[in-house]
Design a protein around this ligand. Structure first.
Ligand code: NIG
Ligand code: FE
Length: 417
């Protein structure tokens, strides 16, 4: 045994019989133990229980004891949707939107994703690594323990591979558990304007074989939206990705009801993400699938989009995950505490529901729920200890603040400076 956390005011999201995801009404259940202990051995959760049942141990050598009186312990967040490898920022477009331009109008002028693609083409792998490491450090300190990162600001073979190689390096050096996604179909690049067919062929015939050979991506994603990729194109790209060993994900129903969710269900996507314009038809299709619905409250907040019908989806029995979408255009924040606040305040999800969505269901959306997303014996020791707070509901309530004080990833202690 190496770390013992004792006198924990509230140990959150404990599981005796671990589940892969939590759906519908069950999302209101958040099992906790008050006045608890948690033991960590190497990189694994070794045991937990009530303080009154703590039997002590015979060997106290090599043991770090942390007193968590008045503090709570949470499983680390599993942020299943980010674009956090990028070059440059887009605050000029932020000001343009304040002055009246829409996200789509900015894209039509060659801005948006195309603006980020221009900046990324000029950045070296080293520069991308450095800036991504700073962002990873920031989200670690905010309580995240596992994260998915997408390509999609490359939009050429060289730049897409550059992004994916950076993500692969991050996987090997970061204490975070990282999953990577090929999002070459994020937009049609300027040099393929009017030749979308040519670009899709480039994705499937040139990029995908190299990505598969180098083992660069776990998932393949498509931005299914007007002026980006149609439902049929989305299905074609996702099926090609599957052939190369990449599991589908979809950017679906973000700006309009455009077929992304149905494309995801049809191709067996692990998740469909955004869902602002999801309707009855999509909810019904999701009910008969293993695809999880992922909401991204930060992006909807930042772009002033209508809210996705999260309440309706949960009430229909669906599992809902919550992720940050950390990216320079629609959500320049990866703070999962804040995302949960928006989920509660604007989408009418309860604190229990947003915590389930940000932990175990986020893990499911990255195929990590056997090892991450809850406090269970044998799972990876990814947890954080908060500052002194009353209980888990305080986290989404205190919007904009960061409760994480001590972080433990893979059984190793990281103190906030
Ligand atoms: O998830 N919707 C498409 N992609 C990103 C935004 C990308 C950008 O604007 O840079 C999203 O919101
Ligand atoms: Fe996204």
């Amino acid at each position: 045994m190496e770390i013992l956390i004792k006198n924990i005011k509230q140990l959150v999201q404990v599981e005796v019989e671990p589940k892969l995801k939590v759906s519908g009404r069950d999302m209101k259940q958040l099992p906790c133990i008050d006045d608890a202990w948690l033991a960590i051995e190497d990189d694994t959760i070794a045991g937990f229980g009530k303080m009154q049942d703590w039997e002590g141990i015979s060997d106290w050598s090599n043991l770090t004891v942390i007193d968590a009186t008045d503090k709570i312990v949470m499983p680390s967040y599993c942020d299943s949707h980010t674009h956090l490898v990028y070059a440059g920022t887009r605050e000029t477009e932020f000001a343009d939107r304040i002055n009246g331009l829409t996200y789509e109008e900015i894209f039509a002028r060659g801005g948006g994703i195309l603006n980020s693609a221009k900046k990324l083409a000029e950045a070296s792998e080293e520069e991308l690594m450095q800036s991504a490491m700073v962002r990873l450090e920031e989200i670690i300190m905010q309580g995240t323990g596992a994260v998915e990162i997408k390509s999609g600001y490359g939009l050429s073979t060289d730049s897409e591979l550059k992004m994916l190689r950076v993500i692969k390096k991050l996987k090997s050096i970061s204490p975070l558990t990282i999953k990577s996604t090929f999002l070459g179909a994020h937009a049609v690049p300027a040099n393929y304007k009017g030749n979308k067919r040519g670009y899709i062929d480039l994705l499937t015939n040139e990029m995908m074989p190299i990505i598969a050979t180098e083992g660069l991506a776990d998932y393949c994603d498509v931005f299914c939206e007007q002026n980006y990729f149609t439902k049929e194109e989305t299905i074609e790209i996702l099926n090609a990705g599957k052939w190369y060993g990449m599991i589908p994900k979809v950017h679906a129903e973000q700006l309009s009801n455009f077929g992304g969710t149905l494309a995801g269900v049809e191709t067996g996507a692990i998740s469909v993400d955004h869902l602002e314009y999801v309707g009855e038809k999509e909810i019904e299709a999701l009910q008969n699938s293993d695809t999880i619905s992922t909401i991204l409250p930060g992006a909807a907040f930042f772009l002033n989009l209508p809210f996705p019908p999260a309440r309706k989806m949960i009430d229909a029995g669906l599992p809902v995950a919550l992720a940050s979408d950390f990216n320079p255009g629609s959500c320049p924040s990866g703070n999962m505490n804040l995302m949960m606040s928006i989920g509660c305040i604007q989408y009418k999800m309860t604190p229990e529901e947003v915590i389930n969505a940000a932990t175990i269901n986020g893990a499911y959306a990255m195929d990590l729920s056997k090892t991450h997303g809850s406090i269970a014996v044998g799972k990876q020791a990814n947890v954080f200890i908060t500052n002194k707070i009353s209980g888990y509901s305080f986290i989404p309530y205190a919007f904009g603040s960061n409760p994480a004080e001590t972080i433990i990833l893979n059984g190793k202690l990281i103190n906030r400076k």
